[in-house]
Design a protein around this ligand. Structure first.
Ligand SMILES: Cc1cc2nc3c(=O)[nH]c(=O)nc-3n(C[C@H](O)[C@H](O)[C@H](O)COP(=O)(O)OP(=O)(O)OC[C@H]3O[C@@H](n4cnc5c(N)ncnc54)[C@H](O)[C@@H]3O)c2cc1C
Length: 274
């Protein structure tokens, strides 16, 4: 059985940073990721319109000044392909891929009180031993298909935003039903409507939605010339929830935020709060 100091489960934002940091501290580390590559949330959620509702400059790592200065975000609220490119870049730049076994799901982790070590097993049948196990498995990486009566006999194609086909879906000329108007539904509906012959939206609970006011970023605000952020102590780490309100919130928005049912959207690409 291979022995490691630490095992990290998941290769999204959290898992990649854990791998980077543990290796830097001199720990022999092995990562396991159920998906075929890095990205986590942004690897699985490839649905049309998928976009971040936190500003790109804040939705970035803050452990490397060089990374911060060299990466240029193209939009205020980045879309899924750009975030995935960013995480691919991070994995390559810091040579993290060799530490990770992709397409490998951890099936059990058993702690031995006597040896003070974990035995971690995967769906490939291999088993490793480690002193520490870090579950960077995310809070939204497991998609849930509702148990609709008769779903198994539905003759059309069905998709879930949280497990969208890599090759995309062409809805041109099709009749489409979207179930749900949470953040993902709000983002996907306008994009699917551009293609579909007819679109029906099934909504149980309406959400409050505000314009995202997304816009392109210039190199001076997103690239090397921009002012240093996190690493100078003026960045996300110093703010409540890591993200500053960039403009005063209207009383209605404050109310919606407190009630927990708010999303933001706009015609040119929407953003929604999870
Ligand atoms: C559609 C969507 C939009 C979002 N938008 C925003 C946003 O705008 N702003 C924001 O702040 N947050 C947003 N989030 C939340 C987002 O999940 C976090 O911001 C962040 O990406 C989570 O990173 P993570 O590394 O913790 O987990 P994840 O990105 O979820 O990564 C977890 C990884 O663990 C892997 N994994 C899980 N179990 C196992 C196992 N047993 N074995 C092996 N691998 C396993 C999964 O395959 C996954 O790749 C969004 C989430 C979703 C789903």
């Amino acid at each position: 059985m291979e022995e490691f100091d630490a095992v990290v489960i998941g290769a999204g934002f959290a898992g990649l940073y854990q791998l980077y940091r543990l290796r830097q501290l001199g720990f022999a580390t092995r990562g396991f990721e159920a998906g075929g590559s890095v990205g986590g949330t942004w690897y699985w959620n490839r649905y049309p319109g998928a976009r971040c509702d936190v500003e790109s400059m804040d939705y970035s790592y803050s452990f490397s000044e060089e990374l911060e200065q060299e990466w240029e975000w193209s939009e205020r609220y980045p879309a899924q392909p750009e975030i995935l490119r960013y995480l691919d870049h991070v994995a390559d730049r810091f040579d993290l891929r060799p530490l990770i076994r992709f397409d490998t799901r951890v099936t059990s982790a058993v702690y031995d009180d006597r040896t003070h070590r974990w035995t971690v097993a995967t769906d490939h049948g291999d088993t490793v031993s480690a002193r520490f196990v870090i579950a960077a498995t995310g809070c939204l990486s497991a998609w849930q298909v509702p148990e609709f009566e008769g779903l198994e006999s539905f003759r059309g194609a069905t998709y879930h935003t949280g497990n969208w086909p890599k090759e995309g879906v062409d809805f041109t000329g099709l009749r489409v039903g979207v179930i749900g108007t949470g953040s993902s539904g709000i983002q996907a509906i306008p994009r699917i409507a551009e293609q579909a012959a007819a679109l029906h939206v099934f909504q149980r609970t309406p959400n409050y939605s505000v314009p995202a006011r997304n816009h392109p970023l210039t190199p001076s605000t997103s690239g090397p010339a921009r002012p240093p952020t996190a690493s100078t102590g003026r960045g996300p780490n110093t703010r409540v929830a890591g993200t500053p309100p960039s403009r005063p919130l209207s009383p209605r928005w404050r109310w919606a935020t407190r009630s927990g049912g708010a999303s933001t959207s706009d015609g040119g690409g929407s953003a929604g709060r999870r």
